[in-house]
Design a protein around this ligand. Structure first.
Ligand code: ADP
Ligand code: MG
Length: 600
């Protein structure tokens, strides 16, 4: 038997391990430092980055500052001025309370802290490196705190290796600054990256900040203001999900008691409330500020405080759904196609007042740099609802269109899915059987066609553009069609003799599907002759994209997917056939079915 194998880790090893839970990447440093500045009641916060924050993160505030004693003490683990007793956790209204950020950051970087407490006339400078105090002394400084963090993970190479490119890390930093800025509109934020101003936000009211965050396409959001006594309140903005929608859930931002959180429960409640009105495979855009009394939420379940736990999940879900549904129905969005809303505790609308809670405000001269480079700023107009069209004569005797004036607003109801291939719809006295693939193809095809005369299909850049190999013959022929692909939202660059790099795909392409769809579309295009007239090449390109991106036969659809598919199909031109000419819809009348059973 050897001696005991358990050892107590030397403190500097333990420090670095603990640091890993709080500080994962430059954006975590940015978040923690901003939280400290907000807790110090800053009226203005400046953030500076170099190399995506890898070589420098600097956060400067005009908050209350620290005394010389505190400027040293704050690097000790579990040193916090924010709570004294465990019970205080329930009432916590500051961002920090764990006393871990500065020690964690100090363990894995070189930090210089310069601070002056508001009623002192001298400041303090502290230099802390790799977990050790190197220097402390008096220094001239304005009231407030200035933290400079250099060379993050210089002593943890394994961590450094996992960081993304400067651009990737920078994007994450910008995103967290913007998300914090949304929570605290009364505070001015200024963000400089590699010497260039990226964000310049003067103090504003909450609604204004939200609009700035999402950029131009965001006009027309509806305010959410709702309260359920005993549960809490929900405020924020929801956009009409049938007009503005996104390819993923990242357009739904959630805050709990002013804290940005990644909270699936609330996100799902929002998507749930918009079910049936958001197009298939799309997600609403919303900002949700939940205000829950302390005992109803636990913010201390994750070191980076990105997760929360609710005492009563059902109540939170009902509160959010009710708030969203009310905002939309008041704005005239027809929710009848939506899933029935769970009826919750009796709720009531809130008085109009700014959200999130207003804090102190300070005079600040706004720079006139727009919020332009912020996240979401690259959003272009979404594919909106399609124009309705008079019905062309159906070519197929089996098609519904010859007989039925199908308009979007005629009453219909999805009755289910059959064989995981067909959607069954009851429409007046008929049962429609819709081929899900053919129908989705038509819908996508027509949406692409809307951009034929003007503009480009909105696309999403891929963070890690995949490289794909085609056969030499295919590659040669595809190259002729790259320009058309751009029009329809694919940006493909050559990356070798017969290789390509997929830089961007249309927005509606689902995460994880980008490479498959791009490759299949390219092989499809390789079959088009380059002598074909433009109109025909467009038609073939649109058909190829529609075919590859549409749901397949054999895929189970949610009710939400089916409602959205039917809704879009009914609004689509040429809805009776898919782009290849196969029927999308067949029908049975009630009298036909009655005759089967000799009931007529
Ligand atoms: P926490 O925020 O959880 O208390 P931190 O390690 O982030 O822990 O900070 C430790 C303490 O240092 C804070 O409680 C606060 O007293 C002080 N502090 C940190 N940053 C600032 C700042 N920007 N302005 C004033 N005080 C600060
Ligand atoms: Mg903190």
């Amino acid at each position: 038997m050897p001696d005991g194998m358990i050892k107590i880790l030397p403190p500097f090893v333990a420090e670095r391990i603990a640091a890993g839970e709080v500080v994962e990447r430059p954006a975590s440093v940015v978040k923690e430092l901003i939280e400290n500045s907000l807790d110090a009641r800053a009226g203005r916060i400046e953030v500076e980055l170099e190399a995506g924050g890898k070589s420098l993160v600097r956060v400067t505030d005009d908050g209350i500052g620290m005394t010389p004693e505190d400027a040293v003490a704050c690097f000790k683990r579990h040193a916090t001025s924010k709570i004294d007793r465990f019970e205080d956790l329930e009432l916590i209204r500051t961002y920090g309370f764990r006393g871990e950020a500065l020690p964690s950051i100090g363990a894995v970087s070189r930090v210089r802290l310069l601070t002056r407490f508001r009623d002192r006339d001298r400041g303090t400078e502290v230099v802390y490196e790799g977990g050790r105090l190197l220097r402390q002394g008096e220094a001239g400084a304005p009231v407030g705190t200035d933290v400079v963090v250099r060379d993050l993970f210089y002593n943890v190479p394994a961590r450094r290796k996992f960081l993304k490119t400067d651009t990737g890390e920078r994007a994450a930093c910008v995103d967290i600054v913007a998300r914090m800025a949304l929570a605290r509109p009364e505070t001015a934020f200024h963000l400089l990256a590699d010497g260039k101003t990226v964000l310049a936000l003067p103090p504003a009211d909450g609604h204004r900040r939200v609009l700035d965050y999402f950029g131009k396409s965001s006009r027309g959001g509806e305010r959410i203001e709702y309260e359920s006594p005993g549960v809490g309140a929900v405020r924020g903005v929801i956009w009409h999900p049938n007009v503005l929608h996104r390819p993923n859930r990242r357009g739904i931002l959630v805050y709990v008691n002013g804290r940005p959180v990644d909270d699936r429960l609330v996100v799902d409640s929002v998507t749930g409330a918009c079910r049936g009105i958001t197009p298939i495979q799309r997600f609403p855009q919303a900002v949700i500020f939940l205000d829950l009394p302390g005992p109803r939420v636990d913010v201390n379940v994750h070191p980076a405080k990105f997760l929360v736990k609710y005492a009563d999940e059902g109540a939170v879900r009902r509160l959010v759904k009710a708030g969203v549904a009310r905002a939309l129905s008041e704005a005239g969005v027809d929710l009848t196609a939506a899933m029935p809303l769970a009826t919750g505790e009796p709720g009531r609308p809130l008085d109009r007042r700014p959200y999130p809670s207003s804090g102190r405000r300070e005079a600040y001269e706004p720079d006139d740099v727009p919020f332009g480079e912020g996240p979401g700023a690259s959003d272009r107009e979404p594919m909106g609802p399609l124009p309705r069209s008079p019905l062309p004569e159906g070519q197929m005797s089996f098609s519904t269109e010859a007989a039925l004036p199908l308009y979007e607003d005629a009453p219909w109801e999805v009755r289910g899915q059959f064989a995981e291939t067909f959607v069954l719809v009851e429409y007046a006295d008929r049962l429609l059987v819709i081929d899900q693939h053919a129908a989705h193809e038509r819908v996508i095809y027509e949406e692409l066609a809307r951009y034929d005369e003007s503009g480009f299909v909105p696309s999403q850049e891929l963070l890690l553009p995949p490289r794909v190999e085609l056969s030499a013959a295919e590659a040669g022929r595809v190259s002729e069609h790259l320009e058309l692909l751009v029009k329809y939202g694919f940006r493909v660059e050559t990356a070798g003799a017969s290789a390509f790099r997929i830089m961007a795909v249309p927005e509606f392409v689902e995460a994880g599907e980008e490479e498959r769809i791009a490759v299949e579309v390219m092989s499809e295009l390789a079959r088009i002759g380059d002598d074909a007239p433009l109109a025909q090449r467009r038609h073939l390109t649109r058909s190829a994209i529609a075919c590859k991106a549409a749901v397949k036969a054999g895929e189970r659809l949610t009710r939400e997917d089916m409602l959205s598919l039917v809704r879009r199909l009914l609004a689509s031109p040429n809805k009776s056939t898919c782009p290849h000419g196969r029927p999308t819809t067949a029908e049975l009348s009630e009298s036909q079915v009655r005759r089967w059973f000799r009931r007529s």
